[in-house]
Ligand binder design. Sequence first.
Ligand SMILES: Nc1nc2c(c(=O)[nH]1)N[C@@H](CNc1ccc(C(=O)N[C@@H](CCC(=O)N[C@@H](CCC(=O)N[C@@H](CCC(=O)O)C(=O)O)C(=O)O)C(=O)O)cc1)CN2
Ligand code: MET
Ligand SMILES: [Zn+2]
Length: 782
Amino acid sequence: MTARPTPAPAFPAGTILGYPRIGRRRELKHAVEAFWAGSITAAELEQRAAELRATTRARLAGLGLGRGDSAIPESFSFYDHVLDTAVTVGAVPSRFAQLVADDGSLDLAGYFTLARGAGDNLPLEMTKWFDSNYHYLVPEIGPETEFRLASDRLVREFEEAKAAGYLTRPAIVGPVTFLLLAKASDGAPAGFEPISRLDELLPVYTELLARLRAAGAEWVQLDEPGLVNESIPVARPVQLAALAEAYRVLAGATARPAIFVAAPYGALGDALPVLAASAVEAIGLDLVRGTLPTGLGEETAAALAAKTLVAGVIDGHNIWRGDLEAALTAAESLGALSPAVSVSSSTSLLHLPHDASEETKLGALGNWLAFADQKVGQIAAVAAGLRDGRESVRAELEAAAAALAERLAAPGVRDAAVRARTGALGTADYERGDYAERVAAQEAALPLPLLPTTTIGSFPQTPDIRRARARLNSGALSPAEYEGLMKAEIDRVVRLQEEIGLDVLVHGEPERNDMVQYFAEYLDGFAVTEHGWVQSYGSRCTRPSLLWGDVSRPAPITLGWAVYAQSLTEKPVKGMLTGPVTILAWSFVRDDQPLGETATQLALALRDEIGELEGAGIGIIQVDEPALRELLPLQRADHAGYLDWSVGSFRLATAGVRAETQIHTHLCYSEFGDVIDAIGRLDADVTSVEAARSRMEIVDDIGRSGFDHGIGPGVYDIHSPRVPGVAEMTQLLERALEVVPGRRLWVNPDCGLKTRGYAETTESLQNMLAATQAVRAGAAAL
Ligand SMILES: Nc1nc2c(c(=O)[nH]1)N[C@@H](CNc1ccc(C(=O)N[C@@H](CCC(=O)N[C@@H](CCC(=O)N[C@@H](CCC(=O)O)C(=O)O)C(=O)O)C(=O)O)cc1)CN2
Ligand code: MET
Ligand SMILES: [Zn+2]
């Protein structure tokens, strides 16, 4: 085995923690989905992925990262990097044991099965990755998990790069973060913590490091963002002890590359002295979300002075070109702690689209942006400035400053009419009036049965619908032809719902490419991209909108579709809008004013839309806020301030309607137990909430909280094609009725149906109706 090189090779002057892997034209998405559909083989998928990695390395070198100095990270993943880590260390849950070969490895099909499930074998749970919009798969670890080096993919990718003339830096989730993000496996005893398995996990990492060193790797990157996250439910002293032990062992190995521990998404706090005391060669600090460490003890200061400090000064979260000079200043400030300072992105660039220069329709806005490729250029500039002095990059600094000044002063960034309106708001604008009076008015206006049935809004987005939209965008369809096709789809969806017997109908949202982007396309203050795709999870991507200026609504957005759908039926059709918090959460948002101010502007635009829907005879209007929980700050101290503006913006959007107009909201993608009071404060007449996957646990929270408005806990999970049976939904409804009186209970699925197909949707909804009928009789008595 090749021993560790001494002294350690220099860390590259400029680097990134990771790069988007989906591909500039979503090549990976298309290849992976083709493999799932059986239209390409595993070998073809491997081939396409290798081509993508080769293109990425060449591009990064072209943008200024060194080919031969470990500056280019090896950060590819077919689906998710946390899943990759689990598969690398052999942590495959026992329900998937039949997929595992004798040597512990999984083939590609097996790997995807962990992510997507198979039959009754549920996939790994998915959850949000720190404060980004990326979702990772949660590893399951128990006393039974047998760790072993089960995949050499990282080694092979390093070798692949080397053969092409690149000395890259393999990147993998570090052992402490891997265990901190894992959950206890189903069979684990109560109180079991995955972190307790650290000692057995470390030899696998040691072996991997040795393999990488033997292959010629000079540096390896271990990501330890778990240490910056206050909300991880493992006692801090336990976390710190694990960190100390992990890097005592890994850095103590003789055959290994130099170790770079990166800590993106926040400040390391009391973990920094622990890392400093280890023998790792480089530490990466997020100086965008975190700050320059202060108050360090003498020992820590002395230890840090002997390491490379990697200044994460270019924001990996947002798309703004930003203040380059401030980034350089922040990087220089680390010079007080160590003579060896390098420059990097604050986080992986995974959260950004590839290349702003491909957006040709953005006008002046284009010059204010930095997507992943532009961020790499910025890092190269800051690294040069650090090495050769500020003057050497004067031109770049000034160009960035000029673009920033232009952005802040551009027409539309501050709109006097919008500001006059927000300035004139008073408390009455946020109040709907007495709930009991509303209930009475709505009962009179809307003849609904006990346990009304409804859906969350979208019906399947068929390939035909998407193709029609693509043809509209390319000019192959005229707007009138497109409108005709969407209306035909709405006809079908309304008829289907009537046949199934649902009580409150929806139009199905066929005209929406995405529940946020669709609104952004019609609002002033927003821009949308053509190619700005970002991975959300697995092969699923979004094009986050760019919220750059004051928001207003030049014309009605949803009104025509809603009125059309209502004209087709005697039953009420819900108007369907995305709420202010969710629009913010899933867009790239201006950073020159507090989010709360931007939310107020959005709320007013939505309020006008709601007013017009009501005026046109739409009696039920749903305002979706699936991201309400998601934007909750990591720090407890910040919760109240956030909930004030987020709840306030929802109320402002919805409080203008008459008592007889019924406001619905919908929440999903999170557990809402800890924001249940805030849900009450939304004061929506009816709230539908994801619940089936957690077997109605939310209902207990609702019972405890005193929540007393209408509630529709989802009775079936829409994330899989599985058709839920009548008996199982009947049981869930009975469970809900133990806590929620029948007159307040609504019946609906967990979320929208846009990712499903028609066959399973129809059958599932028929079963939902049958279950409702089975419990209605009993519920009447409650
Ligand atoms: N913005 C946003 N954020 C969110 C969510 C969300 O729904 N929206 N949900 C959460 C979970 N994340 C999700 C993210 C994406 C998708 C998803 O399904 N995305 C679609 C794309 C949706 C879209 O933008 N569709 C467009 C573009 C579709 C497309 O790819 N068209 C083809 C052409 C198709 C053809 O010719 O047949 C192309 O442009 O190449 C449209 O319908 O118009 C995908 O990856 O496939 C689902 C969940 C969290 N964050
Ligand atoms: C992610 S929440 C989705 C709500 C939207 N109305 C839909 O049904 O798709
Ligand atoms: Zn939802």
